[in-house]
Design a protein around this ligand. Structure first.
Ligand SMILES: NC(=O)c1ccc[n+]([C@@H]2O[C@H](COP(=O)([O-])OP(=O)(O)OC[C@H]3O[C@@H](n4cnc5c(N)ncnc54)[C@H](OP(=O)(O)O)[C@@H]3O)[C@@H](O)[C@H]2O)c1
Length: 267
């Protein structure tokens, strides 16, 4: 556990903060002294999450679709009005669906790219213009995925996340002039709400992957949140443009073809 005031006086925005990994990051940020704004599309669960999280500190929420720049701008305006500044942006919102590449429709491809790549860019650019360009010290952490050896079975998200990894390197260089550090975290298979949405055969495949993992377990939301705190805090004050794999070494070892084999067996 980090020093309990390591994020004291910091204001953070966590996209997709109503569930899973984003919720875990928001909770840990609050416990470490930050003020947190969470946003995602569905208002009721977002409000519920904010109510739960308020036990740990000051939390605000606003429904927002990261694909819609007018809605992101409203979030920036609310952060400005309520807190006056933004120090930390966690681009965590995202989603995808498993499918062999040849069966992904034009709409399906565009939807995942728009959410996972374009949405991340839109939020980053707006928060940079509204806050980071006028401050001396800010942090962006992009939650991507383990696509180091490609992403058979989810070509769209692999491509989108690789795009975000490259964007991380570009923004780290372009925005360093205003003290913005930009890094990415690539989770392996994390036991979270995100896994529950997949059909049972795919979840069975993930279970098999757990046995193939060199550490013989899924990652936890806390594993990701701990890594995010490192990037978000001054502990990493000389680190920018990097990607940290939090995946039990899955980017190097394990069967990357397992998911696509399962998908083909379901056809
Ligand atoms: N769990 C894993 O094993 C794993 C591995 C690698 C990467 N990841 C990535 O890590 C992130 C968090 O995953 P998770 O497991 O916590 O899944 P999750 O519970 O499904 O979280 C995704 C969050 O993003 C929000 N969201 C999705 N699209 C959005 C949009 N267009 N605008 C605003 N909010 C949006 C969702 O809320 P609404 O539906 O209400 O908008 C939800 O709160 C995702 O990007 C996921 O792809 C997860």
């Amino acid at each position: 556990m980090y020093q309990t005031d390591i994020l004291k006086d910091k204001v953070a925005l966590v996209t997709g903060g109503r569930s899973g990994i984003g919720y875990g990051i928001a909770k840990q940020f609050l416990q470490l002294g930050a003020t947190v704004m969470i946003c995602s599309r569905k208002e009721e669960p977002l409000q519920q999450a904010a109510a739960e999280l308020s036990e740990y500190g000051t939390v605000a929420y606003l429904p927002c679709d990261i694909r819609k720049t007018d809605q992101i701008k409203v979030v920036a305006d609310k952060i400005k009005a309520d807190f006056g500044r933004l120090d930390i942006l966690i681009n965590n919102a995202g989603g995808q669906f498993p499918a062999p590449a040849e069966l992904i429709s034009e709409n399906g491809w565009a939807a995942v790219i728009n959410n996972n790549l374009n949405g991340t860019f839109y939020v980053s650019q707006i928060m940079y213009k509204e806050f980071f360009a006028h401050q001396n010290s800010s942090v962006i952490v992009n939650i991507i995925a383990n696509m180091h050896r490609g992403f058979p079975g989810m070509a769209h998200t692999g491509a989108a996340r690789a795009g975000v990894e490259n964007l991380t390197k570009t923004l780290a260089q372009e925005w360093a002039q205003h003290g913005v550090r930009v890094n990415a975290i690539a989770p392996g298979t994390i036991e979270s709400s995100g896994l529950e949405q997949y059909p049972q055969p795919i979840r069975d495949r993930f279970e098999a992957g757990k046995e193939e993992n060199l550490m013989k377990r899924f990652g936890t939301v806390e594993d990701i949140a701990n890594a995010v705190v490192f990037y978000a805090s001054d502990l990493s004050s000389y680190v920018s443009g990097t990607t940290l794999y939090v995946d039990g070494c899955e980017h190097l070892a394990g069967d990357r073809m397992g998911l696509i084999k399962t998908l083909r067996s379901m056809l």
